[in-house]
Design a protein around this ligand. Structure first.
Ligand code: GLP
Length: 265
């Protein structure tokens, strides 16, 4: 496991975007060999998407041979609703880059048969050759995607009821009206993300500090589903200084040294 600590949100976003850019470039994607990228929504990855758009515009990066799979989507919220994850991804990322719409996969929370939709999603990931790099975010309660506390750590894509904490946390996107926040979601499972070759989790802000502590300094625990990634062979947690506030000084010192070296390179 790596923990990369940057001074602030902007630097953490830039580091994450450069890492994704470099991975895609090194992979040399082509029509015969697509790069598969798992993606999150939320306020955390916004800065990273902004940077990736910049790299596309400056000609450094193309998404022509990239397939994406988003982590989750609300159930019952129309695709056109400004807070649907479809809207988020198209408005904040996909419409600004050269990805083919058919290569950008997002779960359909309005599918007639939600179970079938989830199974088909797993199938599509398998057919794409699995995920090369899964980028994720977490909630303040340590959930990854919508794998709420108590989720199975070997779960697959499925329907999930949102925890009260998540509804409260996400109410800010719905005019702080709890009754407007959807209560159900479709989400990739912890096991789905664990199958990726590499996992990068973005955690920024003091409100996520306790979750980061639970994620890396305590044991694997299904009440903090992000902690499962301690057992993934290639996980990188990227955070800002604020998110480290609950960590031990020696943890922070240990992980800061390699970042200085990497930045100097
Ligand atoms: C939601 C999403 C998660 C996301 C989390 C954090 O619960 N289901 O995928 O990681 O919010 O969002 P934010 O980055 O806005 O804190």
């Amino acid at each position: 496991m790596r923990l990369v600590i940057l001074d602030d949100y902007e630097l953490a976003s830039e580091w994450a975007a450069k890492y994704i850019r470099n991975r895609i470039i090194q992979f040399k994607p082509s029509a015969e060999r697509y790069f598969t990228l798992g993606l999150p929504t939320g306020s955390t990855p916004f800065g990273c998407y902004q940077k990736l758009i910049e790299y596309y515009r400056s000609g450094d990066l193309s998404f022509k041979y990239v397939k994406t799979f988003n982590m989750d989507e609300y159930v019952g919220l129309s695709r056109a609703h400004p807070e649907s994850y479809h809207s988020y991804m198209w408005n904040n990322f996909f419409k600004h880059i050269d990805i083919y719409p058919s290569n950008a996969h997002i779960l359909d929370g309005n599918a007639k048969d939600l179970e079938a939709e989830c199974q088909a999603y797993e199938q599509k990931i398998t057919e794409a050759g699995g995920i090369e790099l899964f980028v994720g975010g977490i909630g303040p309660d340590g959930h990854i995607a919508f794998n709420e506390p108590g989720s199975s750590l070997v779960s697959r894509t499925r329907v999930k009821t949102l925890a009260k904490d998540t509804i409260v946390a996400n109410a800010r996107f719905f005019g702080n009206d709890l009754s407007k926040v959807p209560t159900m979601s479709l989400t990739v499972g912890v096991g789905t993300v664990m199958d990726a070759k590499e996992v990068m989790i973005l955690i920024t802000g003091a409100h996520k500090a306790f979750a980061l502590y639970k994620a890396i300094e305590e044991g694997v625990n299904h009440m903090w589903t992000v902690s499962a990634f301690q057992q993934h062979p290639r996980t990188i947690f990227i955070c800002d200084e604020d998110a480290t506030l609950e960590l031990r000084v020696k943890t922070v010192k240990y992980f800061k040294e390699p970042v200085r070296i990497a930045i100097a390179l």
